[in-house]
Design a protein around this ligand. Structure first.
Ligand SMILES: CC(C)(COP(=O)(O)OP(=O)(O)OC[C@H]1O[C@@H](n2cnc3c(N)ncnc32)[C@H](O)[C@@H]1OP(=O)(O)O)[C@@H](O)C(=O)NCCC(=O)NCCS
Length: 154
């Protein structure tokens, strides 16, 4: 599948809508209880871009079929410059065709260009497909996130 990667164009309503739609797919799959608000998500996306976070989209011709959202930061404890991937998703109907890997290669190159030491991502327990994908992309587990519920309805 011929895919090109480019930065999201923040002044393109079509680009913003495509990334929000991918975000919705992801949220429905992994946070089904979350009340979805597309306008709020678009505002969050715009604010992130204004803060300097990066979003790249994978395109098949004109159609956006995937996206990755990441930022560069310094880890408070290790002092390392880190590229943090907060979101990567590919349209359901084009998964397992290599688009995710092309997006990930792009994020890795951007992180290297920014002189980051590592690329980090977290994955939800139970998301076996993503875990397999990250492993294939060369990621190794380094820490565990522990949670204690502070509200009884969680
Ligand atoms: C994870 C995700 C981004 C991968 O994108 P993709 O385009 O399907 O990935 P690729 O086609 O590049 O696949 C790369 C490898 O990932 C693994 N993989 C992809 N789809 C898989 C599946 N359905 N089951 C098991 N492994 C899978 C395979 O090892 C695959 O290698 P192969 O093609 O040589 O078998 C995509 O499945 C997705 O959007 N998932 C929903 C959102 C999500 O979970 N995002 C990650 C959490 S932030």
């Amino acid at each position: 599948m011929p895919v090109t990667i480019r930065p999201l164009n923040p002044s393109s309503p079509a680009d913003l809508a495509a990334v929000v739609a991918l975000d919705l797919t992801f949220t429905e799959e992994f946070f089904p209880e979350r009340v979805w608000n597309a306008a709020e998500r678009e505002r969050e996306l715009r604010e992130s871009l204004a803060r300097g976070e990066r979003v790249v989209v994978a395109c098949d011709g004109e159609r956006v079929v995937g996206a990755a959202w990441f930022r560069f930061t310094r880890d408070r404890w290790s002092g390392q410059d880190v590229c943090r991937l907060s979101f990567i998703a590919v349209d359901r109907d084009v998964r397992s065709k290599g688009v995710g890997r092309i997006l990930m290669d792009h994020v890795k190159s951007d992180g290297q260009r920014e002189d980051c030491s590592v690329l980090e991502v977290s994955v939800n327990e139970g998301n076996e497909r993503a875990a397999a994908f990250y492993e294939l992309c060369g990621f190794v587990p380094v820490r565990r996130v522990l949670r204690f519920p502070l509200k009884t309805n969680l």
